[in-house]
Design a protein around this ligand. Structure first.
Ligand SMILES: NC(=O)c1ccc[n+]([C@@H]2O[C@H](COP(=O)([O-])OP(=O)(O)OC[C@H]3O[C@@H](n4cnc5c(N)ncnc54)[C@H](OP(=O)(O)O)[C@@H]3O)[C@@H](O)[C@H]2O)c1
Length: 309
């Protein structure tokens, strides 16, 4: 089968399509025939050797953290899926999705939403689960609360807006000026242009800041959180001492594969409560262009690689 691998860390030129053996699932695994794989900021970090989970000893390494596809084979202990079932999954880092067939633990996998095609489904798992776990598992966001999401127009942010609204929360976002309408269409209640406006001057205190940006955006965020509220980041550990003085709970987390949560997200999508927005699609051989587009172009929603026609 074809797989897009790296033999060493480096720039886009280290990604090569190579022929490798199709793997066989262990007892608790399924083999997914991949239709499409999404592109996430972590893919370029892994390629460059800047993501600590992937080290020299893991090379050669197949990039790609999430896929849509169909079950091609299943291990002896798997009873939840049949050959041919259409599924999607956020993969654990041992397996990469930029390839024709990928292994996944059966509890990382969920049935593909009926209302999405393969491209739309591939866009969901990592970004959707990251938004879900950040808002609800780590942020404990509840109905009636107020949340500020930094980076609301990106892959994770556009899901976070919609999940928070589906939960009954009030949502403010920081976005580029020309993404304000996009965020409003997804349900955001207040849109702040991160280049020209200061969110501290505009947002009334919130229960939760969901930080997808880090740096000084994160530092300035403590000023808008109610005592007893929380700041949860996907990027860097917030300053604990200052937060403790203000009675604000802070944390940084790494999203974990979770088929049950993915199934809940699939239901929201099929109920029409959550839209999946695709910024652009590329062929597998164009992975370098796809990663560059995610980094350089103004991204609204998700970038996806087509693995099969
Ligand atoms: N810890 C984890 O498990 C985990 C999981 C997923 C993602 N992440 C990280 O979380 C971050 C977001 O991921 P993503 O997939 O959503 O990225 P993405 O699709 O590239 O989206 C980033 C968004 O942030 C916007 N942006 C840039 N600077 C901003 C600022 N100062 N204020 C507000 N918005 C700003 C961008 O808009 P413009 O194009 O208009 O600038 C873009 O819409 C990435 O750094 C990623 O590595 C971590």
């Amino acid at each position: 089968m074809q797989a897009l691998r790296i033999q060493r860390f480096g720039g886009p030129e280290v990604m090569k399509i190579e022929a490798i053996d199709r793997p066989t699932p262990a007892a608790d695994e399924v083999l997914i025939k991949v239709f499409a794989a999404s592109v996430n900021p972590v893919d370029a970090k892994m390629r460059e050797g800047k993501y600590p989970v992937v080290t020299e000893k893991d090379l050669p390494y197949v990039l790609g953290r999430d896929v849509s596809g169909e079950i091609a084979a299943a291990g002896n202990d798997v009873s939840s899926f049949l050959i041919g079932d259409e599924v999607f999954a956020f993969l654990s880092p041992e397996h990469g999705g930029y390839e024709e067939f990928v292994l996944a633990k059966s509890d990382e996998v969920a049935a593909m939403p009926k209302s999405l095609d393969a491209i739309g489904a591939a866009a969901v798992p990592l970004a959707g689960i990251t938004a879900w776990q950040g808002l609800f598992d780590h942020g404990s966001l509840r109905s009636g609360q107020r949340v500020l999401i930094h980076g609301g127009a990106g892959g994770v942010g556009h899901f976070a807006i919609q999940f928070a609204k589906a939960k009954g929360a009030w949502v403010a976002v920081t976005v580029s000026a020309d993404d304000k309408e996009f965020a409003a269409d997804l349900g955001a209640d207040q849109m702040i242009d991160y280049k020209l406006e200061r969110f501290e001057d505009l947002v009334e205190p919130v229960d939760l800041v969901f930080d997808l940006i880090g740096g000084e955006t994160q530092q300035r965020s403590l000023a808008v959180i109610k005592p007893g509220g929380a700041l949860i980041s996907t990027l860097q550990e917030p300053h604990k001492a200052r937060a403790a003085e203000l009675n604000i709970r802070v944390g940084r987390y790494t999203a974990q594969p979770n088929g049950a949560q993915l199934q809940e997200i699939a239901e929201l999508i099929d109920q029409g409560k959550v839209k999946v927005v695709i910024a652009s699609t590329f062929e597998l051989r164009e992975a370098a262009e796809a990663q560059a587009a995610l980094r350089d172009k103004h991204t609204r929603g998700k970038v996806v690689l087509k693995v099969v026609d």
